[in-house]
Design a protein around this ligand. Structure first.
Ligand code: F3S
Length: 376
């Protein structure tokens, strides 16, 4: 990678150990990926916020980084933490876990990272413009930013996103470049997708089957459906999709796949491990919009339902009364919170990503179905 004088100075440690370390990470990444140079980024979004996912080693690393005095150069938002930062006691989160989580939040604050604690920064907190280069971790946010907003980001890790935030730059490769943003296969549907659940099931199937950038002809997802689609595609490693109204030049030559009822049902079967009663309904992967929270409430669930969202979205709901079984829970999600340590064994979800990770990361049994079915 070609480095400017200034970048070389940072790498030599002239600007402090924290920045040197960040630059070392970015140069190593850029060299592996074949980047030619650095490009400035307008914002960053870091993952690796929950104590459940980063543990003591992650906390120590953040503390060390923060003690170097380095702070982010661009607006930087954070992914969900392991608990509701204000109401963790009421939800029954373990004290020891909470202490570690709060220490992580202090380290991020010292680094200048906002405690937005949401995986949908693109809805309110951090909305990039079309064409802007950004450095985001959190796979669903990466897909949404690239595909719906037209911003440009690779799927960063928590560490590389934080390093880019501290330096204010990212290596120029992958989805920052025009030539890597073209569709590589096209998808048609033999079934009408309706609602986030159907989009998530389709996205899961496509992400498991194919690699690259899908182009969807004639699909017009709502923001809620687009985030469900993107999050599920990302489980299989997809970082961008394209929506098109009509067949564009070259698209006819691409490999094609078709998604019908059989594929949607297959995704459901693959993700479902529980068919009986569940302990808790968990909605909000990715974090719910205010509209989704109200829709969940209107269905009057008969068992306790946690609606995961950002504090900014919760504020938009204001004092709106929700059904007595619906609890808004902020700053965290069903995957990165320690539900399995809180006496919960089986949950109901309407998100393919939540179903996949709650089973594989947390060992929970999962009923995966449209929300309307879950409440019955
Ligand atoms: Fe967000 Fe957690 Fe799902 S971070 S995308 S709600 S796994």
């Amino acid at each position: 990678m070609h480095l400017t004088r200034d970048e070389e100075r940072i790498l030599s440690g002239e600007r402090g150990e924290g920045l040197r370390r960040a630059m070392e990470i970015l140069v190593a990444l850029g060299d592996i990926k074949g980047a030619d140079r650095f490009i400035p980024v307008k914002s960053a979004h870091v993952s690796g916020v929950s104590y459940k996912t980063i543990g003591d080693a992650g906390l120590e690393l953040l503390r060390e980084w923060a003690s170097s005095g380095a702070t982010v150069k661009v607006p930087t938002t954070s992914n969900p933490s392991g608990l509701d930062l204000k109401s963790w006691r009421e939800f029954g989160f373990p004290q020891e876990f909470a202490e570690k989580q709060l220490a992580i939040m202090r380290a991020y604050r010292d680094l200048g990272v906002a405690d937005s604690c949401t995986c949908t920064p693109y809805l309110l907190e951090n909305i990039p413009r079309e064409g802007e280069h950004i450095a985001w971790a959190e796979s669903n946010a990466v897909v949404y930013a690239n595909s719906i907003l037209g911003a440009r980001t690779n799927r960063e890790s928590g560490i590389s996103a934080l390093a880019a935030a501290l330096v204010g730059k990212a290596p120029n490769y992958g989805l920052h470049l025009d030539e890597n943003r073209k569709p590589t296969f096209s998808v048609s549907f033999g079934v009408e997708l309706e609602g986030p659940w159907a989009y998530s099931a389709a996205g899961y199937y496509i992400g498991e089957e194919m690699e690259g950038i899908p182009i969807f002809l004639g699909l017009k997802p709502s923001p809620e459906e687009a985030k469900a689609l993107g999050s599920a595609l990302a489980v299989g490693g997809v970082s961008m999709f394209r929506l098109a109204d009509k067949i564009e030049k070259g698209v006819g030559d691409l490999e094609k796949i078709r998604v019908g009822e059989e594929e949607i049902n297959g995704a459901r079967e693959a993700l479902n491990t529980a068919n009986g009663e569940v302990d808790l309904l968990c909605i909000g992967c990715p974090h719910c919009t205010p509209r989704e929270a109200v829709e969940v409430s209107k269905l009057k669930p008969s068992i306790e339902t946690w609606v995961f969202t950002s504090r900014a979205n919760a504020a938009k709901l204001g004092k709106k009364r929700l059904h007595e079984n619906v609890k808004l829970i902020c700053d965290t999600c069903m995957v990165v919170s320690p539900l399995e340590e809180m006496g919960i064994a089986t949950i109901g979800v309407n998100s393919a990503k939540a179903a996949f990770y709650c089973r594989n990361l947390s060992g929970l049994d999962v009923k995966y179905a449209p929300f309307g079915e879950l409440v019955k």
